[in-house]
Ligand binder design. Structure first.
Ligand code: ASP
Length: 579
């Protein structure tokens, strides 16, 4: 086995005779002297070979990424390099052996590469040789180990659950696997181990976790992958506070050990307040710019656009961008108007405070009294810029919420070294699906409704809230979870409320409903998105950077070329005929 880590040598090692192995990372010829950076996972060490050395000829023939073995002595460098951990020393080579050669590379193995990401993904094994990818994989390992150790120390048991299973309703499309033995039948890959972890609670495991792979056949977004990893946790005999404490302590530990940071207080906001104040259920709290309700200022307004909206039961809200009015020209504001249209807003009004006066698109149509109220309600000061949207609730909130984030990025209001955690609680039990024209479960149908809302299950689905919660970090949804239903009757009611007949529920989850009859403990849990957590910890916005062999936005693996065709024989065994 290889004995040394190339990146570990320091001045204290001078004089040691060593045998080193690794990849040729760089070769330079300086006035006859050959310098080679020899890389392994731990880093690089500089090798020196002199013209008089017997291995000189062979060393001259080396190319990048050849695998070699050298014998030599660690010596102090004449000119030291402070930028490399091994920069005080080098290895004077006495013997060199080429173990393997390499053909020309599709891109350089360097921290900054100009190669397209597609090229890097096609040759991912080369990409992994680069520090930016390699270090993230090592970090991922450290975080997983820490989580395993921490949860184990608290009495949690890691249990593996099936990959070939019956579909779990998490709201996404299933990946299906055809059965060879039962032609025409399918397994589903788990969207999460939700049903199994609840069955483990019925099985008396009490404290379960699993670093679990989950599969969802969805159209991908920047931070999504078709298969991703969840730290899946479930506990019996608990309330919300128990889970929130556990997760807070786990996050504190991770951020302390990995980043040396003491996390500040975790905020808590109900879903409804969160939408009102931030227009999003995953707000970034590293900057303020909250959405302000200003409808009442305009209740007698003569400005028809506003009065019409209020008549139609719409609302008028604003956000204030402090001290940046001069940075936004009319043209830039037109671009923002186009931006809010994506969220359904028909118009974006604005006001600037300049030379102690309100100017801007609606300054002429507002009365003096309205302007004064705006100045005092919004606490406006010189050089502030106010954006106003008047429309129906959902449009106003989501458009201003998105604008809030865009402005914060444009004006650099975000401190990248801050980590702001937020519990969003009391999610709605149902959400209306335009596609299906009915209410569906907002989280998953095993989530308990708020006990005082049980009677709204059939009568007022819009205002029926649940015991579901999310943990948000810097604008990312880091985890979802809930207290579950542990009562068979209530579970059946919830299925019915989302339009599933008892027959259908039994056909889909009969085994699950049956289990509920045998003494189900109260229980709840969470699924933490590991990939997102690692993304945030390693400071990347690209989820592919934290996965060894990720898929592209079209769910394909550029290296292995999966998905791909299969043999006619394989299809036949599965009883499948392609159209
Ligand atoms: N299974 C849920 C999810 O994947 C997490 C949970 O409720 O524990 O979102």
């Amino acid at each position: 086995m290889k004995k040394y880590e190339n990146g570990s040598f320091r001045i204290s090692n001078v004089g040691e005779k060593v045998t080193l192995k690794g990849w040729v990372s760089k070769k330079r010829n300086l006035g006859g002297l050959l310098f080679i950076d020899l890389r392994d996972r731990s880093g690089i060490i500089q090798l020196v070979i002199r013209p008089e050395d017997k291995c000189y000829k062979e060393a001259e023939s080396l190319k990048n990424e050849y695998v070699i073995e050298v014998e030599g002595t660690i010596v102090e460098r004449e000119s030291k390099n402070k930028n490399v951990p091994t920069g005080d020393i080098e290895c004077e080579v006495s013997n060199l052996k080429i173990i393997n050669s390499s053909i020309d590379l599709p891109f350089e193995i360097a921290d900054d590469v100009t190669a397209l990401e597609d090229t890097r993904l096609k040759y991912r094994y080369l990409d992994i040789r680069r520090d930016p990818i390699k270090n993230k994989l090592i970090l991922r390992h450290q975080v997983m180990l820490l989580i395993r150790n921490y949860l184990s120390s608290l009495g949690f048991v890691e249990v593996e659950t099936p990959i070939l299973c019956k579909s779990t309703p998490e709201g996404a499309r299933d990946y299906l696997v055809p059965s060879r033995i039962f032609n025409g039948r399918f397994y589903a890959l788990p969207q999460s181990p939700q049903i199994y972890k609840q069955l483990l609670m019925i099985g008396g495991m009490e404290k379960y976790f699993q670093i679990a792979r989950c599969f969802r056949d969805e159209d991908l977004r920047a931070d999504r992958q078709p298969e991703f990893t969840q730290i899946d946790i479930e506990m019996s005999f608990i309330e919300e506070e128990d889970i929130w404490n556990l997760i807070k302590n786990l996050m504190k530990k991770i951020f302390q050990e990995i980043k040396g940071i003491d996390l500040p207080k975790f905020e808590r906001i109900s879903y409804t307040d969160c939408m009102n104040r931030f227009g999003s259920d995953k707000p970034d709290l590293r900057f303020k710019m909250e959405i302000e309700e200003i409808s009442s200022i305009f209740k007698n307004t003569e400005f028809q656009v506003f009065s019409n909206i209020l008549k139609e039961k719409g609302i008028i809200n604003a956000i204030v961008l402090k001290n940046h009015a001069e940075d936004y020209s009319r043209k830039k504001i037109e671009e923002l108007t186009e931006f809010v249209k994506i969220y359904g807003a028909k118009a974006l009004s604005y006001l600037k405070v300049q030379n102690k006066e309100l100017t801007g698109s609606i300054s002429k149509v507002l009365s003096d009294k309205e302007k004064e109220s705006l100045i005092s309600t919004l606490k406006l000061e010189e050089n502030d810029l106010v954006f106003v949207i008047a429309d129906q609730y959902k449009v106003v909130k989501t458009a201003l919420g998105a604008l809030r984030v865009k402005l914060a990025h444009e004006c650099h209001l975000i401190d990248e070294n801050e980590y702001k955690f937020l519990w969003v609680t009391n999610f709605p039990m149902f959400e209306y699906s335009e596609e299906e024209q009915r209410y569906v479960a907002a989280h998953h149908p095993f989530t308990s409704p708020n006990l005082e809302d049980v009677d709204k299950l059939f009568t007022d689905q819009e205002h029926c809230f649940s015991r579901a919660y999310d943990l948000v970090l810097n604008g990312y949804e880091l985890l979802s979870g809930s207290i579950r239903i542990h009562d068979q009757e209530l579970q059946e009611k919830v299925f019915e409320a989302i339009g599933m007949t008892l027959e259908e529920a039994k056909q889909k989850f009969g085994f699950f409903l049956e289990a509920f009859q045998y003494g189900t403990p109260p229980h709840g849990g969470v699924g933490i998105g590991l990939d997102r957590l690692i993304m945030i910890l390693s400071g990347t916005e690209n989820v592919r950077d934290v996965i060894a062999f990720p898929k592209t936005a079209s769910a394909s693996d550029l290296m292995s070329e999966a998905p791909n065709t299969v043999d006619e024989r394989q299809l036949k065994e599965l009883g499948i005929k392609l159209k």
